[in-house]
Every structure is written in C-alpha cells, then in structure tokens.
Design a protein around this ligand. Structure first.
Ligand SMILES: *[C@@H]1O[C@H](CO)[C@@H](O)[C@H](O)[C@H]1NC(C)=O
Ligand SMILES: *[C@@H]1O[C@H](CO)[C@@H](O)[C@H](O)[C@H]1NC(C)=O
Ligand SMILES: *[C@@H]1O[C@H](CO)[C@@H](O)[C@H](O)[C@H]1NC(C)=O
Ligand SMILES: *[C@@H]1O[C@H](CO)[C@@H](O)[C@H](O)[C@H]1NC(C)=O
Length: 396
C-alpha cells in the first residue's frame, strides 16, 4: 500500500506530462451517456451562495423529483456509466424526475464567479462541509423551484450522503424539504475501516503537508501527472490486476463478479475527477479523530467556533427521513459504523443490510447487477416515501 501512497504523492507533486497511451476514446459526458441508453438529458447551471457554478443534469419525468449525489472524487457520470443498468436510467424508466448533481471541484463544476480553479488556491478551499452547507441548498432550491414541488427525495452515495448529514445539522430548515434520503455505502463515522483504508488515512496528514508545501490544493486534476499515470497504469492491459485487484478492492471490498475487467477501463475513464486537498484531509480526520466534526483550523478554531476543538455535527438535528442501505463487504462503510450512525440519527426509516454478501463500496454505483441486488430496495423506499406516488409500474 505504501508504494501507492508514494506513487500518488510523486504524481501529485510533479507537473503534468504527456497524454495517456491506452485509454482508447474520449470520455463521454453525462448527456452523451444518457443518450446512449435512449434517454434525453437536460443541463442546468446553479450558482451557490459562495459563487460556485455547479452543473446539474436532469432526465425529466412526470413523477416526483429525485436528486442523486455522487461521492468523493466522483461526478454525475457515476449514475449513468452502467448504461441501462445504472441508477439514473432505472429511476427515469420508472417515471421519476431524475436530477443528478455535481459537487464543486468535479470536472462539471469547475467554475466560480471570481476564482479561477487553475490559478486561485482559494477555489479549492473547501471540504464536504461547504458541499453540504452551500452546494446542496443551491441544488435543492433549484430543483424545487423548477418543479414547483415542496419536497424532493435524494439518493447519496458515500460522501454524497455525508453531505446530507452536514446539511441537516447545519441548516436544519432543509430537513423539511427532503421526503427521504437514501444513503448508499453510508459514510459518517469511520472507526472500523479496512486495513488498506486505515493505512491511507493515517498517511494522509503527512501527504497533505507535502501537497500544501508544493501548492497542490487540487488533487487528481485532469492532465496532472497523477491522473495521466493512473490512466496509463490502470486503463491498460494489466490494469485490472494492478489497480482493481490491488488498489480498488483492498479499499472498497473485493467483488470481481460485479466489477470485472470488461468494465474497469470505463471506470478509469470516469473516476476519479478532482477534489480538494482540504476535502481529503477533513475526511481523513473523521477517522483519525473518531469524531464526525467540523474542519480543524488549529489556532483559528477559537475565533471561528468559540472552542479550541472543532465542534461535532449535531446529528440529532438531522430530522429528514433516512434509509441506510449497507453492504457487508464494504472496506470504507463498515456495518459497525453504520449501526452507530443509525443509533445517532433521529429519523432512520429503513435500515437494510443488503443480502448480497459481496456488496462492496462501489457496487452501489458500478455493479453489474444493481438491478437485482440494490434497485428493489431503492424502489421500495421511494414508493413509500416520495411525495407523489403516482409512478408508472415498472416494466415487466
Ligand atoms: C456533453 O456533450 C454534448 C454533446 O456533445 C454537448 O452538447 C454538451 O455541451 C456536453 N455537456 C457537458 C456538460 O460537457
Ligand atoms: C435500454 O433500455 C431501453 C428500454 O428498455 C431500450 O429501448 C434500449 O434499447 C436500451 N438501450 C441499450 C443501449 O441497451
Ligand atoms: C469499531 O469502532 C468502535 C469505535 O471506535 C470500536 O469501539 C469497535 O471496537 C470497533 N469494532 C471493530 C469490530 O473493530
Ligand atoms: C463561548 O464559549 C464560552 C465557554 O464555553 C461560553 O461561556 C460563551 O457564552 C461562548 N460565547 C459565545 C459568543 O457563544
């Protein structure tokens, strides 16, 4: 594992080189991927209260709106890359009005009214905290305004559900705008990480220090050596053995049946996109401090928080209905940690340990058979809690 840490570090620090050799064709964007599955997508741009512009995709439907939010290093693409077998396509075919967000920093949301992501470090001065308190409200209000509805349902994968806990705790008025939030691979407490993830987490403060000194606030930017190296190593011939088996599976949990060599190059083309050093550090600190707390600003904490230590997010304020869907083979979201989350949230309406025993962290977005082992649970929750239940029956 340390080899990967060093490789990543070297790649992140040194400036970009040539083009990747083996990734065969250009990456299709969300709209193109949706079209390839026979679905029409619309594109919107939403401005946050701190002047970021976020791309929001929509596959329109007559039913209630459902907002899908991706995890760390990810983008809206994650919900369409499996074509017809993807969650966005599935929900669209069931008649939902499907909205797919992009957090600041991803390749779709790399724009700001005043800051240039390529020049201004300040653009990257955010973690999942700002995604929760600024990006989510902007997207939610936009969807509600466009649809004229009072509430929406949401599905969050990994950090894409962490941000809803931040939102519900910091801006409690938003709890009433959510019919239900379905958490896939739920991330909040990170106290029982797999060994591989623990090693990365423990190494990260040091890596973060190097990155800060090197002035690298954006991690895995397009054209960075890290991304080029990654595409060359992981997108080529033995990429599956090197990267899926030795890197992804130790982190996410092994499941070669659901993520095979046929699909892995597609993953490499779409994942990861950029995020900020600060987001990674804040995420690592959740685990290292064993506490779901705000960002640690060190000596500035007292001024910012009136406390030398960053305050915990008040999970008891997260009043929105929440469904937790948990995999038994998830190296990041351990069942133990999700149980602790269930016991800390006031309004958990469903808690399901998915019966497919190899279900890992990424099977919830990239799995070959999500229609069998995941979508029925999502359908059931939405059927029960989404405001307007006049949804067409699923195709036979
Ligand atoms: C996606 O691709 C389509 C067609 O090539 C293009 O019109 C659209 O602007 C692209 N959207 C984004 C967000 O890149
Ligand atoms: C996706 O499913 C729809 C409806 O079931 C079908 O018409 C379409 O051809 C499929 N597209 C692909 C690429 O499989
Ligand atoms: C999970 O984390 C909790 C909190 O740190 C700890 O008490 C518990 O022993 C851990 N469980 C396992 C199985 O490691
Ligand atoms: C700051 O914290 C102290 C001690 O916890 C408390 O007495 C005081 O009221 C707090 N001040 C503000 C402005 O919240």
């Amino acid at each position: 594992m340390y080899a990967y840490v060093l490789l990543a570090l070297a790649g992140l620090i040194y400036p970009a080189g040539g083009k990747p050799a083996c990734v065969p064709h250009a990456r299709q964007n969300f709209t193109e991927l949706a079209r390839a599955s026979g679905l029409g997508a619309l594109e919107y741009e939403v401005q946050t209260d701190d002047y970021y512009f976020l791309k929001l995709f929509r596959i329109p439907g007559a039913g209630p709106p459902v907002l899908l939010m991706h995890g760390i290093f990810d983008s809206a693409d994650t919900f369409v890359v499996r074509g017809n077998g993807s969650l966005a396509a599935h929900l669209a075919r069931r008649g939902y009005d499907v909205w797919v967000g992009n957090a600041r920093g991803s390749w779709y949301s790399r724009r700001h009214l005043y800051l240039d992501p390529d020049r201004d470090d300040e653009f990257w001065d955010y973690s999942f905290h700002e995604i929760g308190v600024s990006d989510l409200p902007a997207m939610i209000d936009f969807v509600l305004e466009k649809t004229g509805r009072p509430r929406l349902s949401a599905v969050g994968h990994s950090q894409g559900n962490t941000i809803f806990y931040v939102l519900g705790a910091m801006r409690p008025e938003y709890n009433a705008k959510i019919d239900v939030m379905i958490a896939l691979s739920p991330v909040c407490f990170l106290n029982n990480l797999s060994r591989a993830v623990s090693i990365l987490t423990e190494a990260f403060p040091l890596i973060s220090g190097f990155l800060a000194v090197a002035g690298r606030e954006e991690v895995f930017g397009e054209g960075s050596v890290a991304r080029v190296l990654y595409e060359e190593v992981c997108g080529c011939g033995r990429g599956y053995d090197v990267c899926a088996r030795r890197l992804y599976f130790p982190i996410a949990g092994a499941d070669p049946h659901e993520l095979g060599p046929d699909f892995f190059p597609t993953v490499v083309r779409h994942y990861p996109t950029s995020t900020s050093r600060k987001n990674l550090l804040h995420s690592a600190l959740l685990s290292l401090r064993k506490s779901f707390s705000q960002y640690d600003y060190g000596p500035l904490n007292l001024d910012l928080y009136n406390s030398t230590r960053p305050p915990r997010y008040e999970l008891r304020n997260v009043a929105m209905p929440i469904a937790l869907l948990v995999g038994q083979n998830d190296g990041l979201s351990a069942v133990k940690d999700v149980e602790a989350l269930r016991d800390s949230l006031p309004n958990v309406v469903e808690y399901v340990v998915l019966p497919y025993e190899r279900f890992n962290h990424v099977d919830a977005v990239w799995g070959r058979h999500m229609n069998k082992y995941l979508f029925p649970y999502i359908d059931r929750v939405l059927q029960k809690y989404a405001s307007d239940r006049n949804i067409t029956k699923p195709e036979a």
